[in-house]
Design a protein around this ligand. Structure first.
Ligand code: CU
Length: 71
């Protein structure tokens, strides 16, 4: 499993946190560790998931994620 930290623009409340959590948990091969307003920490299996898969799942919820440097 590879650690990935995301910075996420556009999150403003607990509902946003729930949306991001739900979207990430729905991805097979992703282990969500923590979601806060503006960030998420997770681990993923590179054999099953790409970073783009993960970013797109967050984008689909209407937020703007980017991989944080040196996760
Ligand atoms: Cu919100």
């Amino acid at each position: 499993m590879t650690t990935l930290n995301l910075a996420i623009d556009g999150m403003s409340c607990g509902h946003c946190v729930m949306s991001v959590q739900k979207a990430l948990r729905a991805l097979d091969g992703v282990d969500v560790q923590q979601v806060l307003i503006g960030s998420a920490a997770l681990r993923y299996d590179p054999a099953k998931r790409t970073v783009d898969d993960i970013l797109n799942a967050v984008r689909d919820q209407g937020f703007e994620p980017r991989a944080a440097a040196n996760a």
